[in-house]
Design a protein around this ligand. Structure first.
Ligand code: SF4
Length: 231
């Protein structure tokens, strides 16, 4: 890379100026990490044709946000708007999530947000099958987790939870939400998908309160928010 030679020269000048060598050398590692991440996203995900969903979709939708995020949110699969803009969770449900995050004082760009299945399932946005969930999470999701190395994982809805648990589709989000679990040593919380929350907006909207509580607990666990002081 031509710019590496350029950086070597700057590196030498910074060392001569008395700045710590270790910090300066870290920039090389960091830059390589960024290049690897981008390469991974552009080739492994964008060009993926591993399962039949590739035939009917406009292209897999990549994760978004920070690769250095402390919290990773995992949704279900893209719908029309997500597919059109190559961004997960930006339709009505995604905007509800963005609003909930802002209410909690968290900008979604500080998180890493992705879907368990990267291709749209069909025009009706049907729930992905267990085979599709397994195929796509083995191909991409688990690699994304390995790259991001979040402090906390939050799954949104049933399919994302099924991908992360050996019990798979035997689990129901109504029973599992709000209970701390682990994935490869990373604390993990399951909560509702915001599209479910949107459908359950009657009777004081308890699903919204529960999703907000789960998200808040996840951010507290990751050190992004302070725990409320007991009264
Ligand atoms: S759903 Fe996942 S595994 Fe299947 S083609 Fe799309 S990106 Fe690849």
């Amino acid at each position: 890379m031509a710019d590496v030679r350029d950086w070597s020269e700057i590196e030498r000048q910074l060392v001569n100026a008395g700045y710590p060598l270790q910090e300066i050398q870290y920039v090389n590692q960091y830059t390589q990490h960024l290049v690897d991440e981008q390469f991974y996203m552009d080739t492994n995900i964008r060009e993926c044709r591993r399962c039949p969903l590739a035939l009917g979709c406009q292209g897999p939708v990549r994760g978004t946000g920070s690769w250095q995020a402390d919290v990773m949110l995992i949704g279900e699969a893209p719908a029309a708007q997500e597919e059109a803009y190559d961004l997960p969770l930006i339709g009505a449900a995604g905007q509800l999530l963005t609003w909930a995050l802002l209410r909690l004082g968290v900008d979604r760009r500080r998180l890493y947000i992705t879907n368990v299945v990267k291709c749209r399932t069909d025009v009706n946005n049907r729930q992905p099958t267990m085979d599709e969930i397994r195929c796509c999470s083995n191909a991409h999701l688990f690699n994304e987790i390995a790259i991001v190395q979040p402090k906390v994982i939050v799954t949104l809805g049933n399919p994302a939870m099924w991908a992360m648990r050996s019990e798979g589709s035997r689990l129901k989000i109504s029973r599992e939400r709000g209970i701390w679990r682990e994935f490869n040593g990373i604390p993990m919380l399951h909560t509702y998908h915001p599209s479910y929350v949107l459908r359950k907006k009657q009777d004081g909207w308890p699903a919204m309160q529960e999703m907000m509580v789960d998200l808040q607990n996840a951010f507290i666990q990751a050190g992004m928010l302070q725990a409320p002081v007991p009264a």
